[in-house]
Write a protein of this length. Structure first.
Length: 117
């Protein structure tokens, strides 16, 4: 459920910029996680769409830890390579941004080919 709530907060931010509904959705997750509202976010803390986008990405990282979303979230936000380099990875490249074409789709259309990376 947290994935859906945070996805809605992110989508609302992308449509309208920082807004109270996005903050309320994030705070719903934070209140459940921390047991109170002492660590809740305030709309006034986010002056730009980018700042709230970064906050949602961080929240997804904490809330969905070890659930298999992080890599795709980082790729979707265009920060995967930088994040991996900050962690010390020396073998990160653009090829890791690509996902394989499912074999079922290749079987349906033999003109499809996998990426060359």
């Amino acid at each position: 459920m947290a994935d859906i709530i945070l996805a809605r907060a992110e989508a609302l931010n992308e449509l309208n910029g920082p807004n109270q509904e996005s903050i309320d959705l994030i705070n719903r997750i934070r209140t459940r996680a921390f047991g109170d509202d002492s660590r809740n976010l305030k709309l006034a803390d986010f002056g730009t769409k980018e700042s709230l986008r970064d906050a949602v990405l961080k929240e997804r990282g904490w809330e969905l830890f070890l659930e298999g979303y992080r890599r795709l979230d980082l790729i979707r936000h265009g920060v995967y390579i930088d994040a991996m380099k900050k962690k010390g990875s020396t073998f990160v490249s653009n090829s890791q941004l690509l996902l394989p074409i499912p074999i079922s789709e290749i079987n349906l259309n033999p003109n499809l080919t996998q990426n060359d990376y």
